[in-house]
Write a protein that binds this ligand. Structure first.
Ligand code: BTN
Length: 258
């Protein structure tokens, strides 16, 4: 389990602008360290958005460039105990982002396990789920909209893409925030009513065709064909002989498509 920065270190000097969006309470800031850290002490169905993050966090302690014009949003949601629920939440969050993108008319996107959203192998959105308190999870959502991540990091030039590159007019951040939070709530309520395996079936349609991947299992590399998630929400890898192996998200440090 990685050590998380203490949430109090993230609190900005001035208070947020607070508004109610249907069933969500939204806190908006100009600048924070990381919206996930601000959200760490808030109750369920509260969301935090900031124009910029000085220490945006990605999966596995990577940093996330969060310049002006992108959507940097964290949503606090109830989290149920158990392995199945823990596996379902990141996949449900990815599904919610895809549903919102579809509604905006974005074409050609797909999921890369567990929940990166790609267009032409370029990253449009990433998610980071944190658990700071029992019974609550923070779903951190980063979407490149009109920002220019490659200005801060030139290596992102060919591997990131923005809504501004995909739509004639990208949505305003306020519209996108509203849409994402609605879709997230809907998917989570559906997950409560249906079963996690039903969600896994839906998510399996969003990966695109099976791909050869290399998994970095914290130092050990394993190649195979990624064929979606199994009925328990674990990554399913087929070797050359068709033998299947299964992995939990925390076991896979990195997945490279080959
Ligand atoms: C990844 O792809 O590695 C996950 C990126 C998640 C970035 C978002 S931006 C809003 C929230 N706050 C953070 O510090 N990180 C997430």
């Amino acid at each position: 389990m990685p050590t998380l920065p203490h949430p109090l270190h993230a609190t900005p000097a001035t208070g947020p602008l607070v508004s109610i969006l249907e069933s969500w309470t939204l806190h908006e800031y100009r600048a924070v360290s990381s919206t996930n850290l601000i959200a760490a002490t808030l109750p369920a169905w509260t969301a935090v958005r900031a124009d910029t993050q000085s220490a945006g966090r990605g999966r596995f302690q990577r940093s996330w460039i969060s310049d002006q014009g992108g959507l940097w949003l964290s949503a606090v949601v109830p989290s149920s105990p158990g392995k199945l629920a823990r596996r379902a939440l990141p996949l449900a969050a990815g599904l919610a982002i895809c549903n919102a993108l579809q509604e905006l008319g974005v074409q050609g996107f797909r999921l890369r396990w567990p929940n990166d959203v790609l267009v032409n192998d370029q990253k449009l959105a990433g998610l980071l789920i944190d658990q700071f308190a029992p019974g609550l999870a923070v779903v951190g959502i980063g979407i490149n909209v009109g920002n220019q991540p490659d200005v801060q990091d030139a290596s992102l030039k060919n591997c990131s893409i923005r809504l501004a590159d995909l739509l004639p007019t990208p949505p305003k951040l306020s519209v996108l925030t509203d849409l994402i939070l609605r879709r997230l709530r809907t998917v989570l309520l559906e997950l409560n009513q249906q079963s996690a395996p039903a969600l896994f079936l839906r998510v399996n349609q969003l990966w695109g065709p099976p791909r050869t991947v290399e998994l970095d299992l914290d130092g050990t590399l394993r190649r195979g064909l990624f064929t979606g998630v199994d009925s328990e929400g674990r990554l399913r890898l087929a070797d050359l002989c068709g033998n299947l192996s299964f992995y939990d998200a925390h076991q896979v440090r990195h997945l490279t498509e080959i």
